[in-house]
Design a protein around this ligand. Structure first.
Ligand SMILES: [Zn+2]
Ligand SMILES: [Zn+2]
Length: 88
C-alpha cells in the first residue's frame, strides 16, 4: 500500500477518510491537499474571517499553539458557521 500523500499546505498526511482535493502548486505540480487547507488559502486565517486581523486594524490571526492543520480546520469551520449565519 502506498504512503498517504502529504498535504502541501500543512505538511501532514492526507488520509483516505479525510476530505481532500487536488490542487496545483506553482513549480511543483498537482498535489493532494486537505479540503480545509485548500479552502484556507482562499478564506484566510481565523482572525481574517472574524475581522480581527491586521486587515481590520486588529492583531489576531490564528489562535496560538495550533498546528497549520488545526488552524485550517478551525478557519474552515468558522467560515462555514459565518456563512450559515449571514444567509438568514
Ligand atoms: Zn493540510
Ligand atoms: Zn486579514
Amino acid at each position: 500500500m502506498n504512503a498517504a500523500p502529504m498535504c502541501p499546505y500543512c505538511k501532514e498526511a492526507v488520509l483516505a477518510e479525510e476530505p481532500a482535493e487536488a490542487v496545483v502548486i506553482y513549480g511543483v505540480g498537482a498535489q493532494v491537499a486537505h479540503l480545509e487547507c485548500s479552502a484556507r488559502r482562499v478564506i484566510g486565517s481565523v482572525g481574517h474571517i472574524t475581522r480581527q486581523c491586521s486587515c481590520y486594524g486588529g492583531t489576531m490571526e490564528d489562535p496560538p499553539g495550533m498546528t497549520p492543520r488545526q488552524a485550517a480546520r478551525l478557519a474552515y469551520e468558522t467560515f462555514q458557521w459565518q456563512q450559515r449565519n449571514q444567509s438568514r
